[in-house]
Design a protein around this ligand. Structure first.
Ligand SMILES: [Zn+2]
Length: 191
């Protein structure tokens, strides 16, 4: 994972979100190939040696989402460098194509297909619990195998920025539905 992603990660256990402490063991430029992440609140920790932190109970997705990378880019409504975009579950099958459309943006693939490996601008995480802090991402793209995280995903985007998914769109007073067609929805958080 990219070292700067650390600031956007939260402990996977259920308690008010807290920062995690990173102890890198081996780096390749800005990537942490081997390291240790720990929670100062509850003592949770994980250690990895293959570039991919495993927060526990994650999975490797199969298949592909109900939209392609060009559609996802258009629905995100993002241009310009900086910040982070998360692709979760089988939506992470699009990560290589989307990085080409959004140079200078950091990407995180959570529980991606086994074909997705970490690169200089794609971090890979495995987790059974939502791993991001609130308001930490410029956008979230959810696969149809990650619909349990619809509300968490919207809370993770910065106010006004977008979450994309398929199936039933998330609803709530803090969620604005921007589009819902062909089984694919786009929402924004109201902040
Ligand atoms: Zn914790």
């Amino acid at each position: 994972m990219h070292i700067e992603l650390t600031d956007h990660l939260r402990c996977p256990r259920e308690h008010p979100e807290a920062f995690l402490v990173l102890l890198p063991d081996r780096m390749d430029q800005r990537r942490v190939i081997a390291g240790h992440l720990g929670c100062p609140i509850c003592g949770w920790s994980t250690t990895w040696t293959d570039g991919v932190p495993d927060f526990g109970e994650g999975w490797r997705a199969e298949g592909a989402p109900a939209f392609d990378a060009i559609a996802a880019h258009a629905m995100l409504g993002i241009d310009g460098p900086g910040g982070w975009i998360a692709l979760v579950g089988n939506a992470a099958a699009l990560v290589t194509a989307i990085t080409a459309l959004l140079p200078g943006v950091g990407f995180v693939a959570v529980n991606p297909p086994a074909t997705v490996s970490p690169t200089s601008n794609v971090s890979v995480l495995l987790s059974g619990a939502w791993p991001f802090k609130a308001h930490s991402m410029r956008g979230v793209i959810l696969g149809d195998d990650a619909s349990q995280w619809r509300a968490a995903a919207v809370a993770t985007t910065l106010p006004g920025l977008r979450t994309i998914g398929s199936g039933e769109p998330p609803a709530g007073e803090h969620i604005q539905l921007l589009g819902n067609a062909g089984g694919v929805w786009v929402v924004a958080g109201r902040g």
